[in-house]
Design a protein around this ligand. Sequence first.
Ligand code: SF4
Length: 415
Amino acid sequence: MIAVSMALLQHVTSLPLAHALRPRSCLAVSAPSRKLSASSPSRATHVDPHVLLGMTEPELQQVAVDLGQQGYRGKQLHHLIYKRKIKDIQEFIQLPQAFRNNLQEAGWTIGRSPIYQTVTAADGTVKLLIKLEDNRLIETVGIPVEVEKGAMRLTACVSSQVGCPLKCSFCATGKGGFSRNLKRHEIVEQVLAIEEIFKHRVTNVVFMGMGEPMLNLKSVLEAHRCLNKDIQIGQRMITISTVGVPNTIKKLASHKLQSTLALSLHAPSQKLRESIVPSAKSYPLEAIMKECKDYFLETSRRVSFEYALLAGVNDAVEHAVELAEMLHEWGRGHHVNLIPFNPIEGSEYKRPYNKAVQAFAAALESRKITVSVRQTRGLDASAACGQLRNEFQKSPLRIDSTDTSQSESGIAVAC
Ligand code: SF4
């Protein structure tokens, strides 16, 4: 959904973290009727049957047993994949050569894709392009923040789809088209790729890269399980962002995860929201707010409302007043994260002046709404979410005819 810049934490603004990244001096490190619904879970394959990454320990034990090994070999596989983070089956040197060969002959792979490109910003933010098996490119962003005593918090902003069908008006990813949902291992591997680049453990994960996570909820939940249980990232350190897809917040809440829900709101009224987020036409603001309230009641986790400030569009003090009134109507447990827009190529929107941002924040605070202003990270990295991919993969994305997830989930992709 939206990623980390207006994208460094795009969704957290619903601007993919990426939405906030703005090109300046980038250092290329390496080269070469619109119904929106996800009510019925997709029957598409969300799991590649021969990929080890994403599997639970019992599943890995079964793989070992099926290949004539004892069950404890599965535990070893788990250790090698998730603790040692080895990328090549032949490098599992703790395992017998015959077992390694058998795994490969049976078609098993670990499920790690090559890093195609990295771009590093002056503040240390790194944006990666990962090349998937079908040559599609996806973006992932690593955001390091030094915390007390020299320790580092490393946030991975991950993509959930190749492109995005939702076409939010401010978003480079939306402008680039949509191809397919990511499989669970393709989500998990983004976190491992960030760790590989930074040589540091990822501490936080935000689903704010390319794509709308709620349109690929099954894979997102499976990846969430793996990140939490296998890679040992705390649930509270994971944020799932959405622009809003009917009935999915409820579904997410039913899993009672201790993760933050970030709703990309961007407007205090239905009419204004529809002009910024076309998919909002099929999801009234009132219905979204009710689902957010239910999420809080189910999980006791505060909902974060992401609000991209677009100069002259939604950044007036009157908008802040309206927003505060609406949030109070829907109870407590709310937090607003303001994200001053960083222009993307071809966008009609402009970044508001700092004065306007401060006035907006002050109007919320004076009405007892907790508010934060997103610090724009990686502005000099490579523009907003989706722009780096668009640069390297010029052809517009098309729905992959082999991926039936869209039609089967009943999602009309044009918003
Ligand atoms: S178009 Fe997609 S990726 Fe971009 S902000 Fe909207 S939901 Fe997020």
